[in-house]
Design a protein. Sequence first.
Length: 225
Amino acid sequence: MEAERILIVEDDAAFADYLRRGLTYEGYEARVVASAEAGLTALHTLEPRAVILDIMLPGMDGLAACRALRQSGYAGPVLMLTARDGVGDRVAGLDSGADDYLPKPFEFDELLARLRALRRRCPGPDGNSVLIAGDITLDEERFIVCRGECPLSLTRVEFALLAALMGPPRGVRTRDELLAAVWGYDYMGDDKVLDVTISRLRAKLGQPDPIRTLHSVGYLLCDAP
């Protein structure tokens, strides 16, 4: 079986080699580039399963790089690494299109756990599920979401979150249920990632807003908001 490819965009050569060797040992095919520009080039030739992207890069930084790779059409998981761990930094990373945010320093086992959670966000292989809620249609096999006749461009994590809200049984989803469904039961990060992703998803779904917030409980996707 072909190893899953991981693209590492990291300008610290020693740290990048540490990540590459660790991921290779775990059975991944890890490729390293030292700049955002090289990463955007490698993205199209490598077609990685996931991208590990450092925020502090020479030239184009990781935030701009993440926006650029999303604009180029890459919908796979992006794990952003940074030495900055303020709430504003995390929000900026997620708003740029990253799916998760891991502050340095970290244990390698935590990075592996984050990658496993990111891999679980991809559409299921059974390929027989089309979900419908009001005027929203989600095709899990083909990774397509439409609102009415308008196709929407979602990241993997936004797609997984919408699928969790739409999937049976329909009803209220608690915060814990959504975090487990999208980020995995072993997710160890800040639960504000859910609020940021809900906000991004709402912006892409447009008006009228189909997602109802139930304070201190969770979220409900409405058929007719």
